[in-house]
Design a protein around this ligand. Sequence first.
Ligand SMILES: *[C@@H]1O[C@H](CO)[C@@H](O)[C@H](O)[C@H]1NC(C)=O
Ligand SMILES: *[C@@H]1O[C@H](CO)[C@@H](O)[C@H](O)[C@H]1NC(C)=O
Ligand SMILES: *[C@@H]1O[C@H](CO)[C@@H](O)[C@H](O)[C@H]1NC(C)=O
Ligand SMILES: *[C@@H]1O[C@H](CO)[C@@H](O)[C@H](O)[C@H]1NC(C)=O
Length: 290
Amino acid sequence: MVLLRSLIAAAILTQTALALTPVGHTPSGAPIYEAPFGSRVLQVGRDMKVFAPNGTVIHTFANAVPQSSTSAPIRRQVLSDAAASVQLTNTSDLLESLNTTIVVPPPPTTFNSQLMWVAGSIKIPGNDGVPFASLRAVLQYGATAIQGGPFWTIAAQLELLPDGGLLQISRPGFDPTVSAGTSISTSVVHTDEGDGVFWYIAAFDNIPGSSNIQVGFQMPASGAVIGMEEEGVFQSSEYPAEPLTFANTSLKLTSGFPDIMWDTSSDSVSGAYVTVDKDGSEDAEITIHF
Ligand SMILES: *[C@@H]1O[C@H](CO)[C@@H](O)[C@H](O)[C@H]1NC(C)=O
Ligand SMILES: *[C@@H]1O[C@H](CO)[C@@H](O)[C@H](O)[C@H]1NC(C)=O
Ligand SMILES: *[C@@H]1O[C@H](CO)[C@@H](O)[C@H](O)[C@H]1NC(C)=O
Ligand SMILES: *[C@@H]1O[C@H](CO)[C@@H](O)[C@H](O)[C@H]1NC(C)=O
């Protein structure tokens, strides 16, 4: 009995030691975690494990990967998006890179704890084909726990869908705030490490000293998305007053630059929408209208 009790106590201690504590929550309640710079995330079965730079597992998102198609994707109630996307269905022609450049717009005039994420991101499917993860180097506005407030910041981020939470990798000494007018080039690039894992790294290419995030999945990216996700926007003054353009957007596959057209979706809650000003996989231009 005593032995069992101490074993349980040890197990609890170990678990505590191996889990990050949320640094905050999104308006819909999804936890936000922060891991040290150089940490990597790897899909192991149905779990997403966060490895510190020294190889220690510091956090496990248990059962983050959906098991089968019986678990239909649940839309978050307060999350909506305005985006242009491309589905990648050819498993012998995979995503190599998604690059884009944005200019930080003036911040919204009203701050009401809303959160906005603007990014070129990739979506990763579980075994059932339903995306469960989104990887991105993101421009974010609003109430995130890490340096959050009524201003813009940049973050290297893994989002687990539909409500699994967000993991950000922060870099000590780096100030993530960015001001209106700053040009930000981001990329999500596939890296082949010869281990059968689909590794992707999301980074800010023109911001020295900024963070990045590398994540390994069992399935390749099934979609590329350019656009905005938001939580908690209820009126137009909670958006930037000006449109935001993704310029010089490129989507490269194994075979090179494919012949594609971007599909668009609009935010049914707030009315934000996107236009494809210049289509294709090279030097495409996509604009969010708020
Ligand atoms: C490995 O890194 C983690 C996170 O920084 C730290 O908590 C842990 O003590 C380190 N372990 C060793 C053996 O250095
Ligand atoms: C898939 O990609 C390969 C390699 O680029 C190409 O040869 C093949 O025709 C593609 N299949 C389809 C259905 O587009
Ligand atoms: C995308 O960005 C990566 C990282 O900076 C770079 O290596 C690659 O050449 C870029 N790809 C394109 C098509 O511009
Ligand atoms: C577009 O991106 C490519 C590759 O990243 C770069 O070589 C080129 O200079 C960029 N063009 C503009 C207009 O920014």
